[in-house]
Design a binder for this molecule. Structure first.
Ligand code: PLP
Length: 249
């Protein structure tokens, strides 16, 4: 929602705004779960804080949130460094990732949602191994494979035909853990059919990799459809934070 005020709102106003938006969003997810006949605790909300200041993350932390999604590596690394005092936060990298950012991302991310190539898998495995040797991280890096449902490689994601091989490759690494799948419905594709196809791919993946239970699907505009089709993690920016200050992508 656009606001009419010119300057940034004061801290108290912003906190009240985020608290109200979070309540509305939780109600929306509750309703989506009820409509789908699913338990509320089978779907996690991942607030997406890209383009918003670290002070917003602090407010959300005060409101009880402990997981945050970011999509630009450098911006995220800076925010994580400035928020080091917040304990027990799990950070998620959800945007496209260049291989040359692997070394940096493994220093702050718990999970990367956007893994889509064998070269990126190798780079992340090597980087995560080095970070563990240095003691910068203790656990393996959890990765989700991003699926391209329209098979358009320019928008990121691995095509359905290459998914099984990539999953096997992740399982064979030492420092990565296969968490599941992620997708963004292609522009112009009905979200219900996109998420139905994704759910089918997830069922197939689970037969070979029973631990890969995460299905990261659904954003501000389509989370109900994603929940209907088995999403376990909705990544919500706009409906919580408001319009992003500058357009992404
Ligand atoms: C920005 C972003 C989101 C959040 O999108 P909204 O429509 O603002 O909720 C979700 N997933 C990814 C990968 C994103 O980059």
């Amino acid at each position: 929602m656009r606001t009419t005020e010119s300057g940034p709102p004061s801290g108290g106003e912003r906190a009240a705004h985020l608290a109200a938006a979070l309540t509305r969003l939780e109600q929306r997810i509750d309703a989506a779960c009820r409509a789908a006949g699913r338990e509320r605790d089978s779907v996690r909300l991942l607030p997406v804080t890209k383009y918003f200041p670290a002070s917003d993350i602090e407010i959300l932390y005060q409101l009880g949130r402990r997981e945050f999604g970011e999509s630009r590596e450098q911006e995220a690394a800076d925010k994580v460094a400035s928020l080091g005092r917040l304990s027990q936060v799990r950070w998620h990298m959800i945007g496209r990732l260049q291989r040359n950012k692997a070394k940096s991302v493994v220093r702050w991310a718990d999970t990367v949602h956007s893994v889509d190539s064998d070269r990126l898998v190798r780079a992340l495995d090597t980087a995560a191994g080095a970070a563990r040797d240095e003691g910068v991280r203790t656990n393996p890096l959890r990765v989700l494979l991003q699926v391209s449902l329209d098979r358009d490689p320019t928008r990121g994601g691995v095509g359905p035909d290459d998914l099984a091989a990539l999953a096997d490759q992740v399982e064979a690494t030492e420092n990565l853990q296969l968490g599941g799948l992620m997708a963004i419905p292609p522009l112009g594709m009905d979200p219900d059919s996109a998420f139905a196809e994704l759910a089918g791919l997830h069922r197939t993946l689970l037969r070979a990799h029973p631990g890969a239970s995460e299905l990261s699907a659904g954003m501000s505009g389509d989370l109900e459809a994603a929940v209907r089709h088995g999403s376990t993690c909705v990544r919500v920016g706009t409906a919580l934070m408001g319009e992003r200050p500058i357009t992404s992508q």
